[in-house]
Design a protein. Sequence first.
Length: 151
Amino acid sequence: MDNLGQLDRIDRKIIAILTRDAQVSMAALGKEVGLSKSPTLARVRRLERDGIIVGYRAELNLDKLGLSHIAFVQVTLDNTRSEALDSFNAAVLRHPEIEAAHMIAGGFDYLLKVRTKDIVAYRKTLGETIAALPYVAQTSTFITMETVKED
């Protein structure tokens, strides 16, 4: 049985609340789920230990940090053997401006989400970083005009 099948209603409610507000106190979390602080903390620790909760993060206002430009880049590699994929994956991890990278089944190999200051910075990132990644044969860029929803 997978971990999701082992979660009860209270576990699921804890997850939903922590997803919304990871800084909620254990006392407040317990109150929302109908438990005292100690059993609530025990459940959260179990969810962490079982790998259901894998971390906590701060939600940033990227516009205020000067990182409001988003581009999605389709990447086609000239080689898709395991060593090429591993090399590409390792290289992507070294570049923080590549916010997300997904291997895709379809007409191209990867979809990258790239966040930069503006189009000028993106153009530099495309030419100096993305095009220089191992085994890149071709790229195609899609510029975001508006973010409607993002998690």
